[in-house]
Design a protein around this ligand. Structure first.
Ligand code: TRP
Length: 337
């Protein structure tokens, strides 16, 4: 008998159009994991509305992120790809878990504190219970592994705590998920301020390379990338002066599959200008296939709609079993159908 594959699950918020940091830090990894695991990936649109979000943008970016996952190589008939809000069980389980998650635990979340500072006019209850919805996302599917970045580890801890508390109170209901951090996951920095993470909201136009940027734009952004005055393509971990060049080397390596040492020797004695252009070119070349596939898929509205529907149905079929179990355990009365 074939051994049951472990299940991996992750979500990405459609708060922006995906950039190089999202791609190299998460999405590209998801593609690799989808070959090894029974993978579920979703667009976390319900999480995005905890922030100020323009409705038209949210709609556009949800679709864009979904299509991009397919364009990057997640196969919708092998993995389960869906939009969070299309599976109502996420909200339903979230409410149950809200009632078994202590206020104190949520108020200690660093991301809640950070976001409250960032949006002081909009500290809504959803922002506060954000980790509970995330716990519901994960626990509904009895996931073994959750590939997430460091910034999400605390959230995963809450999911584990809540699961353990619930299991303790009502008997085994949820699997305790493990974080999955891959050594290959690169942390990509801003091209303009390289000691800051690459982010969609950078005011500098040249700081962030978006996955759907055109070739010329990509190359222009890399040409303007901030480096240092040493003019030597060498990687020095942790040296603040080298943050820019370190970042460029990481990106170059990620796209060429060369090692740092190989890259340094390839570029020895050559200037930054030439290197920056080369990084721009390997990135543009590397994103070309994704962009072409994205454009092809985007024009096939019927196919995308079918994928959205099938993804939601597959996810809902799994989710509803866990939800029913949790509802029964806490004592919600069922009605025979
Ligand atoms: N909070 C995650 C982020 O901002 C996105 C997310 C929502 C998620 N639900 C999840 C990630 C469940 C992993 C598992 O990146």
């Amino acid at each position: 008998m074939q051994e049951q594959k472990k299940r991996a699950l992750s979500g990405i918020q459609p708060t922006n159009t995906p950039h190089l940091g999202n791609y190299l830090g998460a999405m590209r990894n998801w593609v690799t994991l989808s070959r090894e695991f029974d993978a579920l990936y979703f667009i976390a649109d319900l999480h995005s509305i905890t922030a100020d979000m323009n409705p038209a943008m949210l709609r556009k970016q949800t679709l864009e992120s979904f299509v991009l996952l397919l364009a990057m190589g997640i196969e919708p008939d092998k993995s389960t790809v869906f939009v969070q809000s299309h599976v109502p069980a996420h909200c339903e389980l979230c409410w149950l878990l809200n009632c078994y998650t202590p206020y104190g635990e949520l108020s200690r979340m660093t991301q809640f504190k950070d976001k409250s500072k960032k949006q002081p006019e909009n500290i809504n209850a959803g922002l506060f219970t954000y980790p509970v919805l995330m716990a519901a996302d994960i626990l509904l599917y009895q996931a073994d592994y959750v590939p997430v970045g460091i910034d999400q580890k605390q959230h995963l801890e809450i999911a584990r705590n809540t699961a353990a508390r619930f299991n303790g109170a009502f008997s085994e209901t949820f699997k305790l998920p493990e974080p999955y951090t891959s050594p290959a996951t690169a942390k990509i920095m801003s091209l303009a301020v390289p000691d800051k993470k690459m982010s969609k909201s950078d005011s500098n136009q040249n700081a962030t390379v978006f996955v759907l940027d055109e070739r010329d734009t990509i190359i222009r952004k890399f040409k303007r990338a901030v480096t240092d005055s040493e003019a030597q393509v060498s990687y020095r971990e942790g040296d603040p002066n080298k943050a820019g060049i370190n970042n460029l080397i990481s990106i170059y390596c990620a796209f060429t599959e060369k090692t740092i040492v190989q890259t340094e020797s390839e570029w020895q004695g050559k200037g930054y200008g030439e290197f920056k252009l080369a990084v721009g070119e390997v990135v543009a070349d590397g994103l070309k296939d994704i962009q072409e596939k994205y454009n092809r898929l985007s024009s096939d509205k019927q196919y995308i709609n079918d994928c959205l529907k099938t993804g939601a149905q597959k996810a809902a079929a799994i989710a509803k079993r866990t939800l029913a179990k949790a509802q029964r355990k806490v004592g919600l009365m069922a009605v025979d159908s």
